[in-house]
Each structure stands twice: as C-alpha cells, then as structure tokens.
Design a protein around this ligand. Sequence first.
Ligand SMILES: [Zn+2]
Length: 470
Amino acid sequence: MDQARFNKTAANLWVSRIIPLVLIGITGYATWVVIVLICAKYLINPPPSLHTPRHGAGIAVLVLYSILLLLMALTYFRLLFTVIYNPGYVPRGPQWHAQQEQKARERQQLRKDYSKKDSDNSKDVSEGNRDSASNAYIYGGSLGSATTQLAPSIRDFITKDAFVCQGDGRPIWCSTCLNYKPDRAHHCSEIDRCTRKMDHFCPWVGGVVSETSFKFFVQFVAWTAVYCIFSLIVTAFYSAEYKRKTNTINIHWLVALCLAALFGMFTIGMTGSSLQFVLINSSTIENLSRKTIVWTLALYMPRLPETPPGFRTISYSTQQVPEGSNASSDQAAGVVRTFAILHTKPGENPFDLGPYQNFKTVMGEHWYDWFLPIRYSPCCYHDATDSQFAMGPVVQRMRREAGIQVPEALDEEKLHRRRKRRRRRHRSDTAASREAEIRHDCNLNEKARTNNGNEVDLESGLGHTNGSVQ
Ligand SMILES: [Zn+2]
C-alpha cells in the first residue's frame, strides 16, 4: 500500500472513530431532555404553578423510552463489536504476504546502506520502518487476522456445484489482495481489503458493513428510527402543551425535537433501503448495477454432453482435494469436474430466493432473531455443498435450459412431478369410486323402496352411505 492510500485509510478510520462518539453524545443529550426535563421535572414532579403531577404519563414515557434506548444501544454495540472483531475480511493470498516480506527485506537492506553512508539519515529511515511495521500490523494482523486464516483456494470453488467466475471460468481474482474472491465479495478501497458480501463502509461504526454485520446494521437503523419517532412525538406533544400553558418555548426541548426529526428522517430512509436489499437479496454495492449486471457463473455438469454444447466449459481436476473438505467421495478420489460457463440475463439476480426466503437468510429463521441482535445471519455459513450462497430459480432455469441439471435436482424434480401425478390420480380415482359407490347405493335404495322385504338388510349393511344418499 502506498503512503497516500495509507493516509486516506488512516484518516477514514480516525473520522469514523469520532462519529460514533458524536452520536453517543447526541443520544446522551436527548436522554437528559426526555428523562430529566420532560419525565421527572415536567410530568412527575412539575412546578405547582404549572399543573398537578402526572405519574402515569411520566412513568409510561420513561419505560417506553428506556426500552427503545436499550434496544438501540444493544444493536449498536453488537454492530460495532462485529465490525471490529469479525468484519468478514477475506484473508489475503500467500503471494501478498511474500511480497510484504520481500519489501520489508528491501527496506532493511536500504536502511543498512543508508546507515553506512550517513549516520544522521539512519534515524529517519528507522522511523519510516517503524511506521511500515505498524501499517503491517494494522492491516495484516489486528483487523483482518490474515496471518491466522487461509486465503480461499481454488478447491473452495470447484468442490461446489456453482460459483461466480470470470469469463474464462476461473474464480474472480483480486489483484490487490492477491486472493480469489469468494462469491459476492468486494474489494473495499477504504480499508484495502476484500470483504465478503460487502455492503458499504459505514462511518457510524468505523468499518465495513458486510455479511457478518448487515443484519445488525438493519436492526440498528430500524430501532433508531423507532426511537427517533417516539422521541419526536414526546417532545413535540409536550413542547406544544408547554407553549400553550406558559407562552414560552423550552430551548432544550426544541433542540431535542429537531435532532429527533433530523435523525428520524435519515434512519427511516436507511431502514427502508436496507429492508429492500434484504427482501431482494442484494447489497448497496450490488444495487449500483442491479438492473444491468450480468453474472457469469460456473455451473457443474453432472454428465458430459455427447455433442459439443453451445456454451464454453472448463474442467478442473480435484486430485488435490484434502480429506475433510466438503467434497464427496468421488471428488476426493480425484475426478475431473467440468463446469458450464453461463451468463444470467441483464438484471437477473442468481441469489434471489423470493422475498420471504431472502429475508430469512439475512435476518434469521425465528421471529426473535429478526428483532434481537443475537445470532449471525444464516447466509454467513458457507458449508453447503452446492454453492457458497444459496442460489435461486434463475440458476435452476439456466441449468434446465442448458440441460445440465445436477442428478439430485433432477431426481427431486422428478419425484415432485411423480408425487403430484400420484396425488392427482389418487384424487380422480377417489372421486370416481365415490361416484360409483353413490350410484350403486342409489340403485340399492331404489330397489329397497320397491321391495320392502330388503330394507332392514340394506340399512344394516350400507348404513354409512345412507346418510349421504338421502
Ligand atoms: Zn481485494
């Protein structure tokens, strides 16, 4: 990383550390206005000249405000914690670390050369080295834990049945981090790292909102919007009442009202757009080209076609797949896996599973996951064998059109069709037999009416159908 980029990144990080402190200060001020000035001094213990104490209203406002403040604080600190300690960075490739070591060696050599020539210069150079060392620590160690995690290898892609690829069928390569980019990963210029399902760089929390933190971000902006709306209603209502009674305006109440209106509008907008991304399974980055983007996908071909297909293919040998990976036994034994290289239509989203499933993959399976910042999004776990992120009907259609359905999907589809046919046949058989039975009973009834001697036998033998016949 060159010095200019490092300065820009460091400045961004410092600014983003200050903004949270400003937000905490504003929230503290609003809390003082609502709890101390409105609840305690105006509603519960007002001056005798103003009105009698209103304990019920005071306690109700106090309790509701405290609950909303707690939920907002919980989601904020969960988001902050995740952004700092589990930001979703992709580990850099081994070549990147080799390059850094090479650069460090060169700098060391340079320092030795300088120290021989000019003893005065040696101090400056060593300062520079200390800076570089600290850069390496910040960007390689503490933020990304790149030295403790392995960068994605080619095996992480080819053992799946589908992955996002370049035009030639290879996984997408980041030339800065020197690693393969997992599906939906994006290189963040602010921190100079590839980040899994990056959404945006958020100055509110001083980091990147990614697949690990997007759920908490949505919860934070949503609860903040509710908190601002509640604060706005309380301050507006009692400011108007106070104005009527005293013909004056409390300046603190007015400031709190303006802040609630300002942040309320902002967070309502953020909540709306974030929820939209959740429902369509997209991100702020992906949304920039949502209507025109064409995804290139490598889709596993379970059977090689007898005639040349009308699309490009790429084959990988899986001999090197280590034991314990997600690969099946035939893959681990070292087979060649061939993938079709196919393109979506412009604007299609291969990860769109439908609004409800999209919502659940981000916000969680249970209703309490949707409201409370407890667990990570289900889409953070990439242990499924078919793809890193679940792929939806668009990919099924692409497979069907190319004639490369995987056997499981084929079987499942066949089974579904077979079950449907059986149900339909069963329904029509049941209806036909029921009709025949009814007709038979009618005939018997007719006979019984014409022949009184058989009536008792008829009722005892076919009693269960009589009711429906008559
Ligand atoms: Zn990168």
